[in-house]
Design a protein around this ligand. Structure first.
Ligand code: PLP
Length: 383
């Protein structure tokens, strides 16, 4: 399948990767992009056209714990993001919390396999079928993971979104959209014909804008976490048009993905072994471990839910002072895009989660020292 969006040579070079992905997911077709954000943008456009004939206000249901990108791509596509609260144990939405956000304008649900975790998607897929809306799987953080029944992630959604950009499992650049059925392929062609990719911004401009966006997001998360202000969404939404150019980008380096693809198994193994090291070292303490990666086979970041929410910032800072990467930047995105979608579990989750690195920048010795720092500092702040 070739579309107006992709350069034919991209399509040819990536044939081996395409064949692997389509075989694993039983997909009917694939579109290559520069980002998962772009794949999401077209996924929303497809859902809007197929489900609502593009005639009505349309909404998509997203998890409240996520980076802001899936919601930003929805705004760009002219679809309103709605936010489902999460299971406090995993940070992922439940069928019930998703159902609560449904209304006749809903055209799709995005399920994000957060931190590499998977769930049985069959009940959600069945409900989406009944409602005649699309299920979009976002596997940016779960490339190569297995669902609880052993099937690969990306094999259930009507559309599945991949990211190969920095901080993800494979970091060589790019994104993809897997399209489940021939019917959806024809809608995809219509949509890409009607809304081709805009003129590309330069890499330098993308870097500058990206940095600005990150700083803005960090600042707002800090204000919310410290309860220094109740609402940031009006300010946040007002400046979003400045960042439009960041989201819609073509695949520019297919050769890099072709070369990196065969390394996926080794990359996942490195991450898994690091996660096992953490797991052995932090088996008890004032936290809960998110250990579904043991089932899915993929650990994006090793994640702990700490008991002491009010000291989390000081704790993270202390571990950073010891020289280790830790992040706790995922703030409920309903607070940025739609404050009326209350997500109390997501708020509690965001105040307690800490992510530790397992990627190629760290080895087992690093993990052991990082775990020691976590143990030492947790003891300090828990008391
Ligand atoms: C990073 C990420 C994206 C965006 O990926 P890009 O390729 O940078 O656009 C989308 N969804 C999730 C869950 C992500 O973690």
């Amino acid at each position: 399948m070739t579309s107006v969006l992709e350069k034919p040579e991209t399509h040819e070079i990536l044939k081996p990767v395409e064949m692997d992905l389509l075989r694993q997911t039983s997909g009917a077709g694939i579109e290559w992009f520069g980002r998962a954000a772009t794949a999401l943008y077209y996924a929303y456009k497809i859902a809007q056209r197929l489900v609502l004939s593009g005639t009505r206000e349309s909404e998509v249901i997203l998890p409240s714990i996520s980076c802001a990108t899936p919601a930003n791509a929805a705004l760009l596509a002219g679809v309103s993001p709605r936010f489902a609260d999460v299971d406090p144990a995993t940070g992922m939405p439940t069928l019930q919390s998703i159902q609560q956000r449904w209304n006749p304008n809903t055209c799709a649900v995005v399920f994000i396999h957060l931190f590499g975790q998977t769930v049985d998607l069959r009940p959600l897929a069945e409900w989406c079928r009944d409602k005649k809306i699309l299920l979009i799987e976002d596997i940016a953080q779960a490339l190569g993971a297995r669902l609880p029944d052993g099937a690969p992630v990306g094999s259930v959604g009507n559309l599945s979104v991949y990211s190969f950009n920095p901080t993800k499992i494979i970091e060589c650049g790019g994104g993809a959209l897997i399209i489940r059925s021939p019917e959806l392929i024809s809608v995809s062609k219509e949509v890409s014909g009607a809304a081709p990719l805009p003129q590309e911004i330069s890499d330098a401009e993308a870097r500058t804008l990206g940095l600005s966006y990150r700083n803005l997001h960090h600042s707002f998360v800090t204000l919310l976490r410290e309860r220094a202000i109740g609402d940031v969404s009006s300010a946040f939404l007002k400046v979003q048009p400045a960042f439009r150019g960041l989201y819609l980008r073509p695949m520019t380096n297919p050769g890099a993905l072709l070369n990196t693809w065969p390394l996926l198994r080794d990359i996942l193994r490195h991450r898994y072994i690091n996660a096992e090291k953490y797991d052995a070292a932090v088996s008890s303490g004032p936290w809960k471990r998110l250990n579904q990666w043991q089932e899915s086979g993929v650990c994006w970041r090793y994640s702990l839910l700490f008991d002491f929410a009010d000291k989390l910032v000081q704790f993270s800072e202390a571990v950073r002072q010891d020289g280790f990467h830790v992040s706790n930047l995922y703030w409920p995105i309903n607070d940025f895009f739609r404050t009326s979608d209350k997500c109390p579990n997501a708020d509690r989750f965001a105040r307690r989660i800490v992510n530790l690195w397992v990627d190629k920048t760290v080895d087992q010795a690093w993990v052991r020292r990082c775990a020691e720092s976590v143990l030492r500092n947790a003891e300090r702040f828990a008391s």
